[in-house]
Write a protein of this length. Structure first.
Length: 339
């Protein structure tokens, strides 16, 4: 075999073998785990030889399956033998048992249906994702399959969803963080409150998600997401935006739109009829200020610096949320059972 090819093959095998020796799994058990995560149909003998340093067999599907199972960066595993890249440490190696530990509560296992807005700034449609938390041979793991809903009925989804993997970490025994990545460079951090000693399995959760797309033009985005134990039916898709407001305790609705809604929605009408005095007491006239529109406008009498200074001054008295606290909502949790 060509010497350069031999070095490359040895480098790939050694990177995988290091993880294999750390796992304390048998070849057969690792094969079954990798098949479940990747969905690939793998041959035992080919898989075994891929992890054998004395064999010249290197099966690409076995390599990809192992990368997905261990959440390894494919570009690093396949990189040249003298690469300077350093792989991201495993989540389980970063945790301190006194403050952080890998989630091990089986009442949080299962497949959940999540919803969030698109992470592309110019699109406002809601995306559907599936979050699976399961117990592997080593520890609890999380897999995320990200779809894209393009219509309000929730039926149109991407044919080939994106897949991300990660490890659920319990912080200070009350918050769960899951860092999810894939070989495309996509990066998501999910965070939601943890409730110990649950009576039943998880069926509803709200939290925050921090996402970073592969495209340089897309900024880092933080938004709220919601999880259900079952997918939302098409007739209830219209209710989803109400679960995704950043600040759900105090929010603002244009007066004319709210009054119009009250004529069409019997629930809003009842609120107006019985609690209208509370709404009127807090009613204020608001300006909806579009920062980009002002900055892109031109008037020789107003400089860009003057516009920026004015915007900062206006923002200092704005009523928009400055901090968002995520607390479990028992009211919304009960309502979610009706969806």
């Amino acid at each position: 075999m060509d010497e350069m090819k031999q070095e490359q093959m040895c480098a790939i095998k050694n990177r995988l073998l290091n993880k294999f020796h750390e796992s304390n799994l048998t070849i057969y058990r690792l094969l079954e785990e990798a098949k479940n995560i990747s969905g690939f149909s793998l041959n035992y003998d080919t898989f075994r030889k891929t992890l054998d340093p004395n064999s010249t067999t290197l099966d690409i599907y076995s390599v990809l399956a192992l990368c997905r199972y261990w959440n390894l960066d494919v570009s690093y595993v396949l990189s040249s033998p003298d690469t300077d890249e350093t792989p991201m440490p495993d989540a389980e190696k970063l945790v301190n048992a006194s403050k952080f530990r890998i989630l091990d509560d089986e009442k949080y296992t299962g497949t959940f249906h999540g919803y969030m807005y698109s992470h592309k700034e110019m699109f406002s449609h809601i995306k559907h994702f599936e979050l699976t938390i399961h117990k592997s041979a080593e520890h609890f793991k999380a897999n995320m399959s990200l779809h894209a809903i393009t219509k309000p009925d929730g039926i149109h989804e991407t044919k080939f969803p994106k897949h991300l993997t990660g490890t659920p970490i319990l912080v200070n025994s009350n918050v769960i963080f899951i860092i999810l990545t894939n070989s495309l460079g996509e990066f998501f951090i999910l965070s939601f409150n943890y409730t110990p000693y649950r009576r039943g399995t998880l069926y509803f959760k709200q939290g925050f998600i921090l996402s970073c797309a592969t495209e340089v033009s897309h900024p880092v985005l933080m938004q709220r997401f919601v999880l259900f134990s079952k997918p939302i039916s098409p007739e209830h898709m219209k209710d989803l935006p109400g679960f995704l407001l950043l600040n759900s305790r105090i929010f603002h609705v244009p007066a004319d739109e709210l009054e119009e809604l009250a004529q069409a929605d019997p629930n809003i009408k009842k609120i107006f009829d019985r609690f209208g005095y509370l709404l009127e007491h807090s009613r204020k006239e608001m300006y909806c200020i579009n920062e980009a529109q002002l900055l892109n406008s031109y008037d020789p009498a107003v400089s860009v610096n003057e516009i920026l200074k004015g915007l900062i001054a206006m923002k200092s008295v704005a009523s928009d949320a400055t901090r968002i606290f995520i607390a479990d909502s028992t009211i919304l949790a009960e309502f979610s059972k009706l969806l």
